[in-house]
Structure formats: C-alpha cells, structure tokens
Design a protein around this ligand. Structure first.
Ligand code: ATR
Length: 279
C-alpha cells in the first residue's frame, strides 16, 4: 500500500465472518493491482453516512451485504437493470463520483452453475425452492439463459406467487403449489435450493424428499456452510450432478472485481484464498 492505493471494501452488520477481504485482496495481488479491500462494520443507522464516506474518500468500489442490500439503493445515483430486478444491490462502482449499484449475486450464481455443473441452461426446466431474497436474487439472471420454464415453489405458497408475479411472462417464471413439487422434480433438469434449510447448525435438515429427484439432473444448493449440504450428499448418492453454494460467492466477487478493474478475475486464486481461510 502507498499513497496511490485504490480503496475497496464491504459493509455489513455483522461483518467479521466475511471472506471477501481475503478473496479480493488475493485477486488484486494476483493481477498486480495496487488495491486494498477491508471489512467495515456499519450499523443500519450509519448506512447513509457510510455511503457519503466512500464518496468523500474516493473509494473505487464497495460490496454491500446483510442487512443493507435493499436500503442502500436510496443513496446511489443509478441502479442497473439486474439490480432492479433483484430488488437489491451488492456491488457499488464509483464512476468519478457517480455511484452505480449492481447485483452480482444472481449473475455470479449462474456463472458458477454454468462453469461447474451445466454449461447450457437454454430450454431446460428449472425448479427453484424458496421465495425469499436469495430466490429473488437469482431469478432474473436464470431467466437470461432462456430456460423453458422456471418453477418457483415455497412453503408459504403466496410468497412464491407474489414473487413470480413481479416478472413479465416473457421471463417464463411461474409459481407452483408446494404439493406439485414431487411431480415437478421428477421432470426437472435443474433443482435449486435457495431456502436456509440445511444451513449450519441444522445440517441434517432437507428442503425436500431427495427420493423425488431425477438421477442425472443437476441439484444445486446456495448454502456454502456446510460446503456440501445433506441435500447435496443425498442427491449425489442418487446419481444427480451436484453444485454447492461456494461458487456463487466466488463468482459474485469475480464480477465485482471485473466491474471495478475492467480485468478478468483470477477465479482460481480467489477460490484458493477462500478455501484456505476455512478453519
Ligand atoms: P433469504 O434472503 O436467505 O432468501 P428469507 O427471505 O428469510 O431469506 O427466505 C427464506 C426462505 O427459506 C423462504 O422461502 C422460506 O420459506 P417461507 O417463505 O415459507 O418462510 C424458506 N424456509 C425457511 N425455513 C424453511 C423450512 N423449514 N421449510 C421450508 N422452507 C423454509
């Protein structure tokens, strides 16, 4: 670091668990960029001041995490189409004082799914479990791949219907009753768990009966703690191709890096840095 170092960071509450600084600093080092990335614990009542602060200090970029992803949108100058669809911003680019908000979670997830499990999503049938913020975050990006249909099922069915209704029919996103999940899974090419079921410490919990899954289909879980959920373990045993949530984290960071620097992200080094940081 010197007086030319370009500044980046992540804001959230809590934030000390974040692996973004380790991942992004490794990326800057690998490419030879004079940048530094730190984690800032920002409480909700300080969010506006934090954003004013990055303007004043001339940060080039910022990641935004829980609980600020929605609220932060009010303080930005422009919101990308993808972030508008996701209803949330996780990446800010400072374009000469103009703060532009993006969402790299959804596109990061899809890039990871394509790189690590299924390169061609066009014409496929995708089942999405859950209708919370995580589901909303990936639906727009999934729809860009032109699947035949995206079927959203949620324990609270009205939430799935409300979420699907926020998208125009051209996106081919529709809700299905929870009771139709078994039939939907038996014909789906890709099943994605966006619920928190199976997340540490409740690592034995399953979001649906694995017996419903079709051998050969892709089964994906957004959870990355544990790296391989009980749901994925069982799906693998049944002959499904499995995809864990770590890639989503890596690639959301890769897109942020690329937006900030204009250079391709060193994804392998970023993944290595994150894996090394696990206890
Ligand atoms: P996130 O931002 O991680 O998506 P969220 O908005 O609280 O978090 O959404 C959590 C999702 O997990 C919801 O779809 C929730 O279903 P409900 O809308 O019915 O609450 C789902 N979920 C959480 N616990 C669940 C459980 N035990 N069984 C089924 N779905 C569950």
């Amino acid at each position: 670091m010197d007086s030319h170092t370009v500044l980046f960071g992540v804001i959230g509450d809590p934030i000390r668990h974040s692996k973004s600084p380790v991942m992004l600093n490794r990326a800057f080092g690998a490419i030879g960029i004079n940048g530094a990335y730190a984690a800032f614990h920002v409480l909700p009542d300080q969010l506006e001041h934090a954003i004013a602060g990055i303007r004043a200090l001339g940060f080039r970029g910022l990641n935004v995490t829980i609980p600020h992803k929605i609220e932060v949108m009010r303080f930005l100058d422009e919101i990308s189409v993808g972030a508008q669809a996701a209803g949330a911003v996780n990446t800010i680019v400072n374009e000469n004082g103009r703060l532009v908000g993006y969402n790299t979670d959804g596109i990061g997830y899809v890039r990871s799914l394509k790189e690590e499990a299924e390169p061609d999503l066009a014409g496929r049938t995708i089942v999405v479990l859950g209708a919370g913020g995580a589901a909303r975050g990936i639906l727009w990006a999934l729809a860009q791949e032109k699947p035949a249909a995206i079927l959203v099922a949620n324990r609270t069915e009205s939430k799935a219907a409300e979420l699907a209704a926020t998208f125009d029919s051209e996106f081919r996103i529709q809700s299905i009753p929870w009771g139709d999940l078994e039939a939907a899974c038996s014909t789906a090419d890709v099943v994605i768990n966006t619920t928190s079921v199976g997340m540490s410490p409740n690592i034995e919990a399953l979001p649906l009966d694995p017996a419903w899954l079709k051998p050969g289909s892709v089964v994906s879980d957004l959870i990355y703690n544990p790296l391989k959920t009980a749901f994925l373990e069982q799906a693998e045993r049944l002959g499904c191709r499995i995809h864990g949530g770590l890639g989503m984290f890596i690639y959301q960071g890769a897109y942020a890096f690329e937006y900030w620097t204009g250079q391709s992200a060193p994804v392998d080094e970023m993944r290595e840095a994150v894996l090394e940081s696990f206890p």
